[in-house]
Design a protein around this ligand. Structure first.
Ligand code: COA
Length: 380
């Protein structure tokens, strides 16, 4: 089997940041208004008053301090509580393709590749702006890439699932230079009107270049020692927005057409699932967890990551072992573990080992075990 290497990564960080304080101020104002509008039902006990969100709770429960977004004013407007994104014409680049391009250019520069050397593009993300044509094909056109492209969605696990698909394509020979792109506009599916959910997500885009080791020219390369994916059905993270909504009779609760979750259950069920998954993956590769230098975990909740790493290592990891980016990015869905990998790998040495791991709705979990190699030492 030819060795497959990651030869470059890129990150696009949106221009606006929203602090917890700003978010809480906006939802507090909206909540006061909602309670005033429903004062009579609340007084008669037919509906419950809504509680205002709390800044301290958000930081303590999640570790999140702020998040980046593609548009800020609409989200913070208490009368709107959702982004205000201009509709674009057919002749304009779509917003997901647009945010992908800076991340792609950075990843290609690291890989030492030009756009026309890419012959496969997989866009993996939680939400796609339209049914078709695929965002990946739009990117292929914009980049001047050849070959084929498709979009896929495994929610927060989309990047690791796409990495395995890229690796399979490279090993079979159906592609020579694959781009995986994760344009996440999670502010579009986030429910900014409910205090349980309004703080969870942020926007970002990551890109990854994968090639066969014997083709690669990049100075820094990360050999894939193995990928492992698993899924198990659960309704605990769900979003019912879909193309059949208009065909259904009766009104849907608008809260069902955006992200919702049973956070406590997700926490209880997903943490052991992910720890076991990583341990099984490392055991299959005959690698002891103690020799893993870094865990680039999905970035949803700080306590969750500490518990998962503890399940693997037997102790809480320090920041260098499991870097945190959710403090300033929040949950960027599939981009999270790749942002951590992109920002926190340059200090590792040749032969150092690491695990990229994502998990989320489905449930789904994907792990990628990597080894740092210089351009001449990748095994073939
Ligand atoms: N401000 C103040 N109080 C809030 C609040 C906010 N922004 N959000 C929720 N609360 C309240 C709840 O209403 C609840 O009040 P109640 O006890 O009166 O009902 C209380 O805080 C506890 O809520 P709970 O949801 O049980 O908190 P938690 O400790 O589980 O933390 C999450 C919530 C979402 C941070 C946490 O469950 C989580 O991260 N789970 C994992 C989810 C995840 O990662 N999902 C994505 C996977 S990709």
């Amino acid at each position: 089997m030819p060795a497959i290497v990651i030869t470059g990564t890129g990150l696009f960080t949106p221009p606006y940041s929203i602090s917890n304080a700003e978010l809480v101020a906006s939802l507090t104002s909206a909540t006061e208004r909602w309670n005033a509008d429903h004062a009579s039902e609340i007084e008669h006990g037919t509906t419950a008053a809504r509680s205002a969100p709390d800044e301290e709770f958000i930081l303590k429960a999640s570790g999140i301090q702020s998040r980046y977004v593609m548009e800020k004013a609409g989200i913070l407007d208490p009368d709107r509580l959702r982004p205000r994104l201009a509709r674009r014409g057919e002749d304009e680049l779509g917003i997901q393709a647009e945010m992908s391009m800076p991340a792609i250019r950075q990843a290609l520069a690291q890989a030492g590749r030009a756009g026309d050397e890419v012959d496969a593009i997989i866009v993996g993300c939680s939400n796609l702006q339209r049914a078709y044509p695929a965002v990946s094909i739009e990117i292929q056109h914009e980049l001047g890439a050849t070959g084929w492209a498709y979009d896929m969605n495994v929610a927060c696990s989309s990047a690791t699932f796409a990495i395995q698909a890229a690796s399979d394509a490279l090993q079979s020979g159906s592609a020579r230079c694959v781009l995986v792109v994760n344009p996440e506009i999670t502010s579009g599916h986030n429910n900014f009107a409910l205090r349980d959910f309004h703080f969870i997500f942020g926007d970002a885009c990551t890109a990854i270049v994968l090639e066969r080791a014997d083709d690669a020219v990049a100075a820094g390369q990360w050999q894939l020692l193995g990928t492992k994916l698993a899924t198990q059905f659960s309704n605990n993270i769900r979003n019912d927005a879909g193309f059949l909504n208009p065909s259904e009779d009766g009104e849907r609760d608008p809260d069902e057409l955006v992200f919702r979750q049973r956070g406590q259950q997700v926490f209880r069920e997903v943490c052991p699932m992910v720890s076991t998954h990583i341990k099984d993956h490392l055991r299959a590769l005959e690698l002891d967890p103690s020799i893993i230098r870094r865990f680039w975990l999905h970035q949803a909740n700080l306590k969750m990551n500490q518990l998962i790493a503890k399940g693997v290592l037997g102790r809480i990891p320090d920041d260098a072992e499991a870097p945190v980016i959710l403090d300033h990015y929040a949950n960027t869905s599939s981009a999270g573990s790749i942002i951590a990998f992109h920002l926190h790998r340059s200090d590792l040495n040749d032969d150092d080992l690491g695990v990229i791991c994502s998990f989320g709705a489905g449930y789904s979990v994907g792990s990628v075990v990597v080894r740092r190699v210089s351009d001449s030492t990748a095994l073939s």
